[in-house]
Write a new protein. Structure first.
Length: 286
């Protein structure tokens, strides 16, 4: 078992199978959602140009230049058959007091819940967290889907890490009703997490598709693990789990089979000191 943080370029299943049982303190995964299409993100650079193709603040003109594109196929013939062996290995490598989080959308959530109940046991299901983001286009033909589901399971539902005092606080919806002291302190979140998506123009953006906000991952890492613990993400994508772990004194193991993903996270996490497996340095673009 490694003692330092690692990024591994590989299919995740053989890596999981090679890991010792009970050695990971927290697992978060955000697997492909099985949307049936290719997820892609075009990376652009915007520069001031009076003859540019877009208008910005106070009517200023800007020129857009495409600098690259990254993506992956988000489709599997049998989604549960793809996930099941990986979820079973996740249960095996999870420590006795560890927690497991599966981030999924409405298309597959109900199927995954049944599978996770079978693997972890129904008693180990702790909660369904809703990440609501209220961003983007709105359908005029149906209720627009503006949330993801995060299932939380504990290896042992009677003994798991839960650092209540590490929980971030959020504003009261009606601060005038609770008094100045309470309003200034804020309240602890429930199982509905309102958090915007990663801004396309913000400093957090890596250019990798389906990147999740650092704030969501930091909440999970701080509450459900302790400093020095090992956090595993075997669908690591842009490496947000790794950054959340490193910023809070945890070690991480990030696994992804996509060289684009590994390239992004290698650059993103280089300052934290990372061992690389399956590649040297930053993988070259294909």
């Amino acid at each position: 078992m490694c003692v330092s943080s690692r990024i591994i370029l590989s299919d995740n299943l053989p890596v999981l199978q090679a890991m010792d049982a009970g050695t990971v303190d927290l697992i978060y995964i955000d697997p492909p959602f099985n949307t049936g299409r290719t997820q892609s993100r075009t990376r652009i650079r915007v520069e001031r140009d009076d003859d540019g193709d877009r208008t910005g603040f106070q009517g200023a003109r800007y020129r857009t230049e495409v600098v690259g594109q990254s993506g992956y196929d988000d489709t599997h013939d049998d989604y549960l058959a793809f996930l099941e062996p990986r979820l079973r290995e996740a249960h095996r490598v999870l420590a006795a007091n560890g927690s497991f989080f599966l981030h999924i959308d409405y298309r597959e959530a109900h199927y995954c819940k049944v599978l996770l109940d079978e693997i972890f046991g129904r008693a180990s299901f702790m909660n369904e967290i809703i990440w609501a983001y209220d961003y983007g286009a709105r359908s005029k033909r149906k209720w627009p889907a503006k949330h993801d589901t995060i299932f939380w399971y504990a290896k042992d539902p009677t003994a798991y890490t839960f650092n209540f005092d590490e929980m971030d606080r959020i504003p009261y919806m009606a601060p005038g009703l609770v008094g100045k002291k309470k309003a200034a302190r804020g309240k602890t979140p429930t199982d509905v997490w309102w958090h915007t998506i990663v801004s396309a123009t913000g400093t957090e953006k890596t250019g990798y598709p389906t990147q999740k906000p650092l704030g969501v991952l930091e909440r999970i890492v701080k509450v459900h693990s302790n400093p020095g613990d090992i956090v595993l993400d075997f669908f690591a994508g842009s490496g947000t789990t790794g950054e959340a772990a490193a910023r809070n004194g945890r070690r991480f193991i990030l696994i992804d089979s996509n060289p684009d993903a590994v390239r992004v996270m290698s650059i993103r996490l280089a300052s934290f000191g990372v061992d690389c497996a399956g590649f040297r340095g930053v993988p070259e673009a294909e």
